[in-house]
Ligand binder design. Structure first.
Ligand SMILES: Nc1ncnc2c1ncn2[C@@H]1O[C@H](COP(=O)(O)OP(=O)(O)OP(=O)(O)O)[C@@H](O)[C@H]1O
Ligand SMILES: Cc1ncc(CO)c(N)n1
Length: 273
């Protein structure tokens, strides 16, 4: 029996509110036609208003989830999201070295939109020193890029400098997301590829509160496209187009920063199927 349907993995935290973390990753991967699997690193009690509580999983249970997946699936791309603390980051790093789950996207999730810490301060060095060197792609937002590079990012030029620094830390390709950039009109992301080529993924900024899970959605879309065999550049372009569609074709759920519309279709794909 063949085992060739595209399979991807998210290693992250759950969001009980369904909009971010593993919850967003699963919806995205499903929509992009990829079979999704998960390693739960932490469980959060969360909704569109914020994170009410969180619990990190015992390292042994994280190890067991990796072992279960390695024993049965043929995973060709994976991503990390919320990793909680130094012990969990190290546990995930050890497992990523032990097994081959294909191309790795590291989304260095640190703080939720409402301000809750999803990664403890003492874990940032471990992400920088041990996880980034394994990454085929790293996808920080601006505050995360500032923490990892220890520089202030307020301009397009400093976004590009941060991208180069992140590459010199070992990540092969870099996407610096501009969702937190000060521009009222545009949400532009900077890409630096392994071969040194760089470009911007541009988009008009939608004035909306419903942006819960944007970072998870773009990184899991990219992971899904990589699992299907798309090139890094194609995967990045599709990721940007998909997250843009999920924001622009938005829905209203909950009372705070609402989730995205994961059913949204990329405009160029709207007439397919
Ligand atoms: N209001 C908006 N309109 C259009 N695009 C947006 C908007 N906000 C964010 N984006 C885009 O969404 C993607 C995610 O960027 P962002 O910087 O918001 O990630 P993030 O902070 O990690 O998200 P989250 O923490 O909610 O998961 C980027 O491509 C960014 O340009
Ligand atoms: C579990 C989880 N992961 C990531 C984010 C960031 O969007 C969040 N809010 N919650």
């Amino acid at each position: 029996m063949t085992n060739d349907f595209p399979q991807a993995l998210t290693i992250a935290g759950t969001d009980s509110g369904g909009g971010a973390g593993i919850s967003a990753d699963f919806k995205t991967m499903q929509m992009r036609g990829v079979f999704a699997t998960m390693v739960v690193v932490a469980v959060t009690a969360q909704n569109t208003l914020g994170v009410q509580d969180a619990l990190a999983m015992p390292p042994e249970l994280i190890d067991e989830q990796f072992a279960s997946l390695a024993a049965d699936f043929k995973i060709s791309a994976c991503k990390t999201g919320m990793l909680a603390d130094p012990l969990r980051v190290k546990t995930v790093v050890n497992n990523l070295k032990r097994y081959n789950f294909g191309l790795l996207t590291v989304d260095p999730v640190m703080i939720a939109k409402g301000g809750a810490k999803l990664l403890s301060d003492d874990a940032i060095d471990v992400v920088r020193d041990q996880l980034l060197p394994l990454a085929d792609l790293v996808t920080p937002n601006l505050p995360e890029a500032e923490e990892l590079t220890q520089m202030t990012i307020t301009t397009e030029a400093t976004m590009a400098t941060a991208g180069r620094r992140l590459q010199s830390m070992g990540a092969k390709n870099v996407l610096v997301k501009g969702g937190h950039f000060s521009s009222e009109d545009e949400a532009n992301d900077y890409v630096l590829l392994e071969n040194g080529r760089s470009f911007w993924l541009t988009s008009k900024r939608k004035k909306t509160r419903n942006t819960h899970g944007t970072g998870d959605t773009i990184s899991s879309c990219i992971t899904a496209e990589l699992a299907k065999g798309k090139s890094m550049e194609e995967a990045l372009r599709i990721g940007k187009a998909y997250v843009e569609a999920t924001i622009k074709q938005g829905i209203n759920v909950g009372h705070g920063h609402g989730p995205l519309n994961h059913w949204a279709k990329i405009r160029s794909e709207q007439n397919e199927i």
